[in-house]
Ligand binder design. Sequence first.
Ligand code: ATP
Length: 366
Amino acid sequence: MARVSLDHVTKTFQDDGEIVAVDDLSLDIRDGEFLVLVGPSGCGKSTTLRMIAGLEIPTRGEIQLGERTITNASPQQRDIAMVFQSYALYPHMSVRGNMSFGLREAGELPEDEIQSRVESTATMLGMADLLDRRPQELSGGQQQRVALGRAIVRDPQVFLLDEPLANLDAKLRAEMRTELQKLQDDLETTTIYVTHDQTEAMTMSDRIAILNDGQLQQVGTPLECYHEPNNLFVAGFLGEPSMNFYEGNVRDGSLVTDAFEYPLSDALASAVDGHREVVLGIRPEDIKIGEAEETDYDYSAVVDVVEPMGDENTVHLQFEGQSSDQSVMTATIDGMRSLTLGETTKTQLPPEAVHLFDAATGEALH
Ligand code: ATP
């Protein structure tokens, strides 16, 4: 069983005071799962991965691999392979040398078995003809494959990948995303993948774990986290363009914000349940523009900016008669539809698409 389990793990560093890099993190990564750890820069993703790899020792808490506690075990004792953003290839060694080095050092396998693993892995990664080249004779994408190959030949219980695609250009990154997913499907090795790129998180993972300030915000499938965010942070972090937020007070069955007054449907009123200061969130793609149907959730807005994105347009609007920062709205519409700058249009915020959060704690109200 290659389940990885973090139990109340904290890591602090001393540097002009105490830095809490990871704060009481409990997380179970299932056997064979592809879990993506995502969050903004400095949220503790790499530190978490490095503790699982054995490159850092937790200040508090325990880490288990299957039934074994590995909290203080050395990296060599863990049967875990890590791929770094920088690839960390040995420049003076050929691809073959780079891929076989770890296995040879471990001294557990005969040379012919090592060579056979290197060759079959190189074939799987489409680089059988590159085995005699040196890293500097390879493209970025090829170097990335060597770094992956070096992890794969070890046939570890767990792969840890720290922003492995960050140094590739956009096209190659998209290709490698698909390749990595296929590879993980075939190998079925438990994989923990760190990125700050939410497209990678959303498209590659079985589940994502979202961190902020060293604390776990939510763990779930990408769609769960996207459609049912636990809190304001997750709601704002996932989605591009990001969710629109409006803070207001609940009065007489409506939410009164600086920009508009929103009548609370029965479902929303029961979610609010006594909370007075509430944030309303709505995703750009959930806002309806120019619908003929009349509802209680219709507002006039003026088109400020239209950004054509190809298959869809991002439209920035301002609630009519308003000018503050709190009265802007971003919507996405079909790329074939045209809207004119300065035009006044009807927008609709359907209650079934509205998210509510407690303004003080940021927690979602369900
Ligand atoms: P990024 O996406 O920028 O790589 P991250 O989410 O991986 O960020 P970490 O590298 O885990 O974040 O860092 C978490 C926090 O811990 C940051 O505030 C960082 O400055 C701090 N930190 C990490 N390593 C050390 C260290 N060795 N000494 C002191 N502080 C550290």
